[in-house]
Design a protein around this ligand. Structure first.
Ligand code: ADP
Ligand code: MG
Length: 590
């Protein structure tokens, strides 16, 4: 058993003893613990949504309200069992979250947080104005949840149900983060270009995070209704939405268990402040909000990663156990036959306003061939890559892969057809290990989704993905670094990691944008050997590189660009002999 697993068991036992060991005179603390559990559930969702996927929401309290009101209304009006209403609540919240996600998640920048504020407010006023939901008085007399005939109508009995759900949710989300979907979730935080290039549907991933967070909030609402035995709009308004986010930030928005710390500290602190602040100020009022505001600013200044970061710092680093040596190999793509035209670029053009970055450029890459694309800085090489990989739409012209037009196809669809790339400026998830970053490249070669990941039913596939990631790292000579955090690597190693990631996609066409920049001589030689070997296996490679010794000693043909225009195409010998090329390179010798 790992240290973390032992810690979890100890925590679960300690938790189970809380109701037993708390004296009857301290019932108050059982109530506090129950509120902390209810909040933790919501905040775990926020960790997923905000900490992992990078989407800020002030509106989670509204989803808690949906779960709570659905449960309250259905039990009171139809006498429905809470064990049924929880599912109805999940369905109602899920549909509402899906709708909201489709409306708001395409918004960029600050619009999403603003939209979450808007719906947080609207639900509050809606609940307060609906007759059948009791307006601002809410619904009273909600029965307790009954567990095999026993009503959970005391704080202590409710505690067990609540905290079982909290711990299971934390475990499920932890499992999710350590999976194919979890890596995709992390990948959308830094922008969509890299994730889409790995075949990840970033919009869908965001919707997933959004709906999951809403569902966790809904369960919390269901429990809340049966714990308080009454519901009214006030705990589901914007204030509480802000408080949930504060709990997440305080605990550590990137950590599942930070949710517990955040919810715990805020609840206890709020309670104490409500006692002490009015005495200090002489009058009563919601002064704790001011203290929370100041605390939040201090946190963001001095402890951005939240309180759990300190705990995480002392815990031993989790090192993925290498259990995939015997895993099944992932299925491979059929390869085009040698010499077949893989990529056909015909009069591709890209204008940025008045600037013609790529000026009617044409070239072909055949199976089992390395084509070098060279030219001074600003010649349009990276833009050409972006046209081929669907990152940018071409202004005019055609791009075809194995005879099929791809110039109007989305980046991730192109990835799924077997085009894989690296970036001139490394794009990776710095906080993930090298192995996990490379596994991102194999995203489309797996298919397990959220439920499988949460229940750990994805392990066979996960082992195959890890085996593939390690295999590609071995090929590139980096296997011994697989457990490192990617952000700790030297720049040259990060570039090599990107190549391994691209290879993990099992591409038929590989596009490398300045792969040797920052590499040492030995590493460059190693890279050249790997590329030769890949060519021998029938892969097509389009290589942008400034190191002329590397390019000329490696490629079959060269295309030279300058100011967006193709100057010449030929063998390395032909190109090197060309006076036009010499002129273009004068003063920009590399
Ligand atoms: P290279 O990779 O050959 O150095 P790029 O393709 O990056 O060149 O750039 C070609 C030209 O297009 C440059 O003048 C660059 O400033 C311009 N350019 C590239 N991307 C953009 C963009 N997104 N918006 C506006 N101009 C761009
Ligand atoms: Mg470039």
């Amino acid at each position: 058993m790992t240290f973390r697993a032992v810690a979890l068991v100890v925590f679960a036992i300690a938790l189970a003893l809380v109701p037993v060991l708390t004296p009857a005179t301290a019932e108050f603390w059982i109530t506090q613990a129950n509120y902390i559990g209810l909040y933790t559930l919501v905040v775990i969702g926020l960790v997923l949504l905000t900490g992992i996927a990078g989407l800020t929401s002030f509106g989670q309290a509204a989803f808690v309200g949906m779960g709570a009101y659905t449960a309250a209304y259905l039990t009171l009006t139809y006498g429905m069992s809470p064990w049924l209403t929880v599912w109805v609540g999940l369905a109602v919240t899920g549909v509402a979250a899906l709708l909201l996600a489709f409306i708001t998640l395409r918004m960029s920048g600050h619009f999403l947080p603003l939209a979450t504020i808007a719906w947080g407010l609207s639900l509050f006023y809606l609940l307060g104005n609906l007759d059948f939901l009791g307006k601002y008085d809410g619904l009273l007399g909600i029965p307790a949840i009954t567990f095999f005939g026993t009503p959970l109508n005391t704080g202590r009995s409710f505690f067990y149900l609540l905290w079982t759900i909290v711990v299971l949710a934390a475990i499920a989300v932890t499992h999710l983060l350590d999976s194919r979907v979890g890596r995709a979730l992390r990948a959308v935080k830094g922008g969509s270009t890299m994730a889409e290039a790995m075949g990840i549907d970033t919009f869908r991933v965001k919707v997933t995070a959004f709906v999951l967070a809403a569902l966790l909030a809904s369960v919390s609402g269901w429990l809340f209704a049966h714990f308080q035995r009454t519901v009214n709009p006030s705990p589901f308004g914007l204030n509480m939405g802000i408080e949930y986010l504060f709990m997440a930030v305080l605990g550590g928005v990137g950590y599942v268990w930070g949710a517990l710390i955040g919810a715990g500290v805020v609840q206890v602190l709020k309670d104490q402040l409500q006692v002490w602040l009015p005495r200090l100020m002489g009058t009563s009022g919601n002064y704790e909000i001011i203290v929370f505001g100041v605390l939040l600013v201090l946190m963001l200044q001095y402890a951005r990663d939240g309180l759990w970061a300190f705990v995480d710092g002392v815990l031993p680093r989790v090192r993925r156990k290498v259990d995939w040596a015997a895993a099944a190999a992932l299925p491979a793509r059929p390869r085009p036959s040698h010499g077949e035209v893989v990529l056909d670029v015909r009069n591709a053009r890209k204008e940025f306003g008045g600037l013609v970055a790529v000026n009617d450029v044409s070239f072909q890459v055949r199976a089992g061939e390395i084509l070098g694309l060279i030219g001074p800085n600003g010649a349009g090489k990276s833009t050409t890559f972006n046209l081929v990989t669907g990152v940018l739409p071409a202004t005019r012209g055609e791009v075809a892969l194995l005879g099929r037009r791809i110039d109007r196809v989305a980046s991730r669809r192109i990835a799924s057809l077997g085009v894989s790339r690296t970036f001139q400026h490394v794009k990776m998830i710095a906080g993930m290990t090298v192995l996990e970053n490379v596994a991102l490249g194999a995203h489309l070669r797996g298919g397990r989704g959220v439920p499988a990941a949460m229940l750990r039913l994805d392990r066979a596939e996960e082992r195959s993905l890890m085996r593939e990631a390690e295999r590609q790292l071995q090929r590139i000579g980096m296997a011994e670094l697989m457990h490192e955090q990617a952000g700790n690597l030297a720049l040259g190693q990060q570039r090599l990691m990107e190549i391994a990631r691209a290879l993990a996609a099992d591409p038929i066409l590989l596009l490398l944008d300045e792969p040797a920049a920052g590499l040492r001589l030995k590493e460059k030689e190693g890279l050249a050997n790997v590329l030769r070997q890949l060519r021998g296996e029938g892969l097509s490679i389009l290589l942008v590189e400034h190191d002329m010794d590397l390019v000329m000693g490696l490629v079959d043909r060269v295309v030279v660009m300058e100011f967006g225009t193709k100057l010449i195409e030929g063998t390395p010998e032909e190109v090197q002999a060309s006076p036009a090329v010499r002129a273009a390179y004068l003063g920009t010798e590399h």
